[in-house]
Ligand binder design. Structure first.
Ligand code: VGL
Length: 196
C-alpha cells in the first residue's frame, strides 16, 4: 500500500447497530472487517480516522425538532459511543459531526477533530491522497462522505463489505454505491488489499 493512504471509518456507533436508536440491519457486521483494516493500516503506520455522529439533545435533524430521524447519537450517551468491539486506539483521530442544532452532519468532511480542525485539512497535512472508507450508513453518511471526498480531490476506495445501509426504500444502498462509483469512487472487498 503506498504511503499516501488513510483509513476513514464512518459512524460505527451503538445507535446505528442492532439494538440502537437508529439501527442499521447488520450494522455490527462491519466491525470485524474494519478491525482487519485497522490492523493493516496500523502496521503500515498509515493514518486512521473515525467519525462519529455527535448530536445535541435538540436538533432539527431529529423528528422531535422537525426532522427525519428518531433521536440518535446524542453526545455523552451510550448510543453515541463507538461499537465496543471496534479496535480504536489513541492513534485514531476522532472526527465529530452534526454537533450544531441545525446540522444534518452527513458528510465526514463537515466534521472536526477535538481542536476544531477540518478533516480535509488534517488529511492533506498528513500527505494523504487516497482514502479507504467503510462504516455506516451506506446511503447517508458513507455516501455523502465519499462524494465530498471526491470533490475535495481525494481518490476514494469504498470497502464494500465494510458498509451497511439504512434502506428506508429497498435498494437505497445499491443505488448509493452506484452513485459513488459513477462519481469516481473505486470499490473493493477488504480481502483484495489485505495480503499486502
Ligand atoms: C446517518 C441517518 C441519520 C449515518 C446519520 O450515519 O449514515 N444516517 N443520521
Amino acid at each position: 500500500m503506498p504511503g499516501k493512504d488513510a483509513l476513514l471509518i464512518i459512524d460505527v456507533q451503538n445507535d446505528f447497530c442492532p439494538g440502537g436508536a437508529l439501527a442499521v440491519a447488520e450494522g455490527d457486521r462491519v466491525v470485524p472487517v474494519l478491525n482487519r483494516c485497522i490492523d493493516k493500516f496500523r502496521k503500515a503506520n498509515l493514518p486512521i480516522f473515525a467519525t462519529r455522529d455527535w448530536h445535541p439533545e435538540k436538533t432539527s435533524h431529529f423528528v422531535t425538532g422537525g426532522g427525519q430521524w428518531p433521536p440518535h447519537c446524542i453526545r455523552g450517551t451510550r448510543g453515541a459511543e463507538f461499537h465496543p468491539d471496534l479496535k480504536l486506539g489513541n492513534d485514531v483521530v476522532v472526527i465529530s459531526g452534526g454537533t450544531g442544532p441545525d446540522e444534518e452532519g452527513y458528510s465526514a468532511f463537515d466534521g472536526k477533530d477535538s481542536s476544531g480542525a477540518a478533516l480535509a485539512d488534517l488529511l492533506r497535512g498528513r500527505g494523504v491522497e487516497r482514502i479507504f472508507m467503510g462504516g455506516l450508513a451506506t446511503d447517508y453518511c458513507v455516501k455523502f462522505s465519499v462524494l465530498d471526498g471526491l470533490k475535495e480531490g481525494f481518490k476514494i476506495v469504498l470497502i464494500e463489505d465494510a458498509v451497511r445501509g439504512v434502506n428506508l426504500q429497498p435498494g437505497d444502498s445499491e443505488r448509493a454505491i452506484s452513485e459513488m462509483v459513477r462519481a469516481g469512487a473505486q470499490k473493493i472487498k477488504d480481502q483484495s488489499f489485505l495480503p499486502l
